[in-house]
Design a protein around this ligand. Sequence first.
Ligand code: SAM
Length: 260
Amino acid sequence: MLDGTTTEGIPYTPKGGRPTVIYHPAAGGHWIASWQIAASLGTPFVLVANDIYPHTPDDGLQGVVDADGNCPFQKVGYTDYHGSKLYHNVSLDVAHWLEMNQGDGGQKLASMPFVDILYVDWLDDWIPTPVAGLDVDFSDYAKAFAHKVRDGGLILLDLKHSDVDFELSWFDIPPDSFEVHSGVTLEHLGCIIQRKEEGFAHFNGAPNQHNIIEVFKVHNDHLSGEMNEGVLKRLDLLNWFATIDRVFCTQGAISEEVNA
Ligand SMILES: C[S@@+](CC[C@H](N)C(=O)[O-])C[C@H]1O[C@@H](n2cnc3c(N)ncnc32)[C@H](O)[C@@H]1O
């Protein structure tokens, strides 16, 4: 059981041969927390950070700068990619992109193929919230998104908002393993502390911070009944990675491996 003292990254082994897909809905300016997780994986990744309002790395208020005052992220391409802006961090060696998506977080998740890691810190606004009650807890909120995480993937619950003075019942976590849907179970692995981000700071001077994150392993029998995403979603995944091959000049290697 992770006990909150681990700072060596998340307990996740990337699936070989393809980028890890990470989604952070309603991220606001806190996209930097999921960026940090993604950048420490050491393998290719696609990080999709969503918010209903624009938040980009080169934004004058919510953006980031390095020690020289430059934004370490470059915009990839001049046009939007399916309504998103794409960024690339020049000092990170592995193939990756940061997709800044503006729109409804729930609709974006519905349009995506299965994700490997879902990073959540705010469970209001972008999902239908459960009717309040004494027995409402994280498992009720997770009904809106857990089935979109692949079998063996992770849900990371950032506790950033857990100390607000009004009660947020999504921070009540059932013990051990719990079923969210038929065929979808979350195994609570415990929590980790994420180190401060390194190499850049928020443009607006907001302090860097440690993040405490509850970690859940997803057991997803996605071939059963309504959870089956079907062939179309798989094709979406292939197109996505074919685009990555083009953008990062990997000569088809990534999409070929996904296809294998
Ligand atoms: C309390 S803030 C949390 C921001 C950030 N995740 C953090 O922890 O600092 C809530 C965020 O939800 C965003 N939001 C509101 N409705 C949304 C929706 N339907 N889809 C996506 N984001 C939404 C807001 O713009 C805002 O950035």
